[in-house]
Design a protein around this ligand. Sequence first.
Ligand code: DGP
Length: 138
Amino acid sequence: MTSECLFCGIIAGTTPATIVLETDDVVGFLDVRPVFKGHTLLVPREHVVTLSDLPESLIVPLFSSAQRVADAITSGLGAQGTFVAMNNVVSQSVAHLHVHVVPRTKGDGLRGFFWPRTKYADGEAEEYAAKLRAALEA
Ligand code: DGP
């Protein structure tokens, strides 16, 4: 917990939020600026900033909570599916790891989250995969 962290304040109950789930390790609350209504943020109670900082012991608690909320969004809100995402450093506006679980329904107007897509030149995919495999083995 850090006193200047917004999400630590929500976890501690000193900053108001609309809570949807609480476990020993994780808190889930509604995003105050939802992409669609029901958009939930899941945060580990422990203050960590990025996915790289998340202790292995919290991976299952955090992502099983994301799975539960994703299921609740479809069964409880009538969404057809969900988009589950996390910004790390770039576009991360709150420096406390948070998983977005966003309700999705066909025709909701969100087209692939507005991601521009690119293409690999001949042989380039293998170069990228080789660099990734080397980094994974390091
Ligand atoms: P990101 O941009 O990935 O770091 O997402 C941060 C999200 O946090 C953003 O969608 C809006 C949400 N947010 C920011 N301030 C507050 C707040 O005070 N309360 C709640 N519930 N959500 C917040």
